[in-house]
Design a protein around this ligand. Structure first.
Ligand code: UTP
Ligand code: MN
Length: 532
């Protein structure tokens, strides 16, 4: 009876706007099995609680309800009149609602029996005592204490993580899967880790996890191992494995992906020394990656990101006055360190941004700021990406992958302090870089000290700016989940360029991230809470 549908559907969301197609139309043709899904009962708005019901059963029942002409919301909102629950008691549901921030709902809290009776009758039946949620749960031990929605874009994930041991373990397995060309498994581990990141407290026993989404058997085994034995054998084994260690070291070189690393390992290359000895041909990016390996392994601090931001801003406004730069990626989400620094550049007048990147790069190069750069051209064309071909996940912006040469903090500070007052607020570019020109060998110390930092620059036309900002702020999993939500729950296709609505066969415009969330029927989540 329960369909074998694998689709995961959201379990909740607090105070979000209702989905599309929910205006109270009274037209009624939605008979059993009919393709039409019209609202027959405008006064009745259902929300099915995924907790303990499970996502596939919830999806099945939601679809059934809609077929019968009921309005079924994906998200909990003020419009909801009936919350349908299965195997939950009243107290539990009220607690859960409170935790979701959706606190005081005036909706009826009903057992699924009311729903099935109504389906049978083809209309909302009168609410009998037996339909109301029982106040006491008989088998209290069965329920987990946490509940989170299954889509990461419905959750607020701050940088505060109460379960770092568990999430580190799952992230390591995710990384191992990704490096081994097993992306599906990688995503499964990432999703599981993200669910744990969203929990308000440390997990102390596996029983607490019952009912949580995205925790498959494999992830649960790893978690249980750690909770019971202090460590997971699989994680420890992976960490120690020569293959994993080699993949980590080699893909740690900028410009080297999993495929290349795999090939090198087959040729017996497991570390940097062996790579250098092997005489392998390296492309320009890989050579630069190898040259600056140690620097690029060091996390970039926020202060360094800001110093680079000043340089990029100076470059951008001197080649195109009025152009604007925005810090994106992890730093925009409030992270204190990153593996690189990402900037989005635009100009408020559409079209003025064309040709901007090469000029910025030339400026930066002329000032000695770039140790390496590769620029790709903008290849996005809406007409081509359109309905027949929904926008792919690949970004097609004009983009520059670079390695910056950043003078160390002391030198930056000294130069700034020594400069004229007007230079303090807008220091000359050369005050922040070694002035000595290209330096193939890094000095150990002294006045010429600098470090290499990975910097990504992206140029977007202002009409796509909000989409680019949303797409480049991350986290990667948050982005993936937004796209999954758009496709599965809204029949829309989201990219860093645009949002396409397949039902209306048109693009939906937006000038802010808030508008995009609203198009998607999602509550707005600020960058600091996108750390899924
Ligand atoms: P990063 O890989 O820089 O990650 O991508 P991050 O979140 O800033 O974390 P760090 O740098 O490791 O600290 C930033 C965002 O840009 C998007 C990713 O989806 C991510 O959300 N991105 C990155 C793209 O859209 N396309 C790309 O080719 C690369
Ligand atoms: Mn980044």
């Amino acid at each position: 009876m329960v369909p074998l549908k694998r689709r995961k559907v959201v379990s909740s969301g607090a105070g979000s706007p209702g989905g599309p197609g929910d205006t109270g139309s009274t037209g009624s043709t939605g008979g059993p099995g009919g393709g039409e899904e019209r609202t027959r009962f405008p006064q009745v708005v259902l929300f099915l609680l995924e907790r303990k019901m499970g996502s596939s059963r919830r999806a099945f029942l939601s679809q059934l309800g809609r077929k019968k002409g009921f309005q079924v919301e994906e998200l909990l909102s003020e419009r909801v009149t009936h919350v349908i629950c299965e195997n939950n008691c009243g107290d539990e549901v009220r607690t859960w609602l409170r935790l979701q921030g959706g606190g005081r709902t005036s909706a009826q809290l009903l057992d699924v029996s009311w729903f099935t009776d109504s389906m049978r009758a083809g209309r909302p039946v009168d609410i009998l005592d037996g339909h109301k949620l029982q106040e006491q749960q008989i088998d209290d031990a069965e329920g987990g204490v946490f509940s989170v929605p299954s889509y990461a874009c419905l959750r607020r994930t701050t940088l505060e993580n109460h379960n770092p041991v568990l999430t580190d373990a799952l992230s390591l397995l995710a990384e191992n899967a990704e490096l081994s060309d097993e992306d599906g498994r990688g995503v499964a581990f990432r999703r599981a880790a993200a669910v744990l990141k969203a929990l308000p407290e440390p997990v102390t026993g596996a029983a607490q996890l019952r009912g949580l989404p995205c925790l498959g058997g494999h992830s649960l085994r790893v978690i249980t191992d750690i909770l019971e034995n202090g460590a997971s054998r699989e994680v420890e084994f992976t960490k120690q494995s020569e293959r994993f260690k080699a993949l980590k070291v080699l893909t740690g070189i900028f410009g080297v992906g999993a495929k290349t690393a795999e090939r090198w390992i087959r040729d017996g290359i497991h570390n940097l020394h062996q790579l250098q000895e092997s005489g392998q041909a390296l492309n320009r990016a890989q050579q630069a990656g190898l040259d600056h390996y140690d620097d690029l392994q060091q996390p970039v601090t926020r202060a360094e990101a800001d110093a680079i931001g000043e340089v990029v801003e100076e470059a951008v406004v001197s080649v195109l006055p009025g152009a604007q730069i925005t810090l994106i990626g992890g730093f925009r989400r409030g992270k204190l360190t990153g593996h690189d620094v990402d900037f989005l550049i635009t100009h408020p007048e559409e079209g003025r941004e064309v040709g901007l990147m090469p000029k910025v790069v030339t400026w930066l190069e002329s000032q000695g700021f770039l140790l390496y750069q590769k620029t790709t051209r903008n290849s996005y064309l809406e007409a081509k990406a359109g309905p027949a071909r929904p926008p792919s996940n690949m970004d097609r912006f004009e983009r520059c992958f670079s390695i910056f040469k950043l003078a160390d903090a002391e030198k930056r500070g000294r130069k700034r302090a020594g400069n004229a007052p007007e230079d303090t607020c807008c220091p000359a570019a050369h005050s922040r870089v070694a002035d000595e020109g290209p330096e193939p060998v890094k000095p150990a110390g002294g006045p010429g000290r600098w470090r290499a930092v990975r910097v990504d620059l992206v140029v977007s036309p202002v009409s796509q700016f909000a989409f680019a900002l949303l797409g480049w702020t991350g986290s990667k999993l948050f982005e993936r989940e937004l796209r999954r939500w758009a496709g599965r729950e809204r029949a829309m296709s989201l990219s860093s360029h645009a949002l396409y609505d397949s039902k209306q066969s048109r693009y939906l415009r937006a000038t802010s991230e808030e508008e995009i969330f609203s198009h998607l029927g999602l509550e707005y989540i600020p960058p600091s809470e996108r750390n899924a």
